[in-house]
Design a protein around this ligand. Structure first.
Ligand SMILES: C[S@@+](CC[C@H](N)C(=O)[O-])C[C@H]1O[C@@H](n2cnc3c(N)ncnc32)[C@H](O)[C@@H]1O
Length: 283
């Protein structure tokens, strides 16, 4: 349930460093998140969508109040940070955290370009948050916890830093049983596929951390088309090398992965709340 303990952190950092350095071509966005408001995306700094790797809009179901403190776990280049900044307004506080120093730098640049002075970005691990106990109202996260090699620690940290009554709204990928050759593939781990756990295990992680009111608000199951887009968008180089190793074309390789994974991977919106305090409403 804790993911692949053998996958080095450095592999994930290198993967996202490469993805930032070589953003998706126009029309090949790796952002598989149809629930974002297109007008909100269009207003973001140029190039931000092409360097985003989320699997759903975590704020779509979060009634974040003006003046609130929001923490984004694994904020990447900062797309959700800027949307959260709109919600909390100038009196609020938005904290982004990411393990990858290139992502942290890019998120800071994007916040500065957007004039979002209430956004601050920290380098760190979601399993050891550099924040005090009971210090945030909302935690959001977009396609990150599946990458954690110690998911119980990540959820324990979430429970620790949430204020009593604070909530989480997480968009993430879950997966039912995947074939071994996919589960063991390093790049597929970094691309949010091989590290994903079953939905019931994901909910159990949140409950084991002591969070209340744990439930899934929305689901999007990936069919062959979405799996193909996810893999082709996130793994252009790995797919070519896998195809060459197996002596098949790139298209055949993508078809094979899509056929194996179709219907087994889905994006969920997980809600949970820390007990006590005032109960915020869900949109
Ligand atoms: C799939 S990307 C999603 C980025 C961003 N949330 C978005 O929607 O574009 C995963 C991000 O999580 C970060 N990450 C992965 N594991 C992490 C960890 N254990 N602690 C902090 N950040 C992590 C990566 O550096 C990367 O920026």
């Amino acid at each position: 349930m804790t993911g692949n303990k053998h996958e080095p952190r450095a592999g994930i950092d290198a993967f996202y460093g490469d993805r930032l350095a070589a953003p998706a071509a126009a029309g090949e966005t790796p952002l598989l998140a149809p629930d974002y408001d297109p007008a909100a995306l269009a207003a973001l700094p140029d190039g931000l969508v092409a360097t985003s790797f989320g699997c759903g809009d975590p704020l779509a179901f979060a009634a974040v109040e003006t003046g609130a403190t929001v923490l984004d776990l694994g904020c990447g280049a900062g797309l959700d940070l800027l949307l959260a900044a709109e919600r909390v307004g100038p009196a609020g506080r938005v904290i982004g955290l990411d393990a990858n120093p290139d992502m942290v730098r890019r998120a800071r640049e994007n916040a500065a370009r957007a004039g979002a002075g209430q956004v601050e970005v920290m380098e760190g691990l979601i399993e050891a948050l550099p924040l005090p106990d009971e210090s945030v109202d909302w935690i959001i996260s977009n396609c990150v916890i599946n990458l954690s090699m110690d998911k119980p620690a990540a959820f324990a940290e979430i429970a620790r830093v949430l204020k009593p009554g604070g909530r989480i709204l997480v968009s993430d990928l879950v997966a039912e049983t995947l074939p071994d050759w996919i589960a063991a593939h390093r790049d597929l781990y970094a691309a949010c596929i091989a590290g994903a756990v079953a939905e019931r295990d994901y909910l159990a992680l949140a409950e084991a951390a002591g969070l209340d009111d744990v439930h899934v608000l929305d689901r999007m199951t990936y069919g062959a088309t979405e799996v193909r887009a996810l893999v082709a968008g996130e793994l252009p180089v790995a797919i070519d090398s896998l195809a060459a190793r197996l002596g098949v074309t790139r298209d055949d390789m993508l078809d094979r992965i899509a056929a194996e994974m179709s219907g087994k991977v889905r994006s969920i919106k997980l809600h949970a709340r820390r007990g006590g305090g005032e109960v915020a409403t869900v949109a």
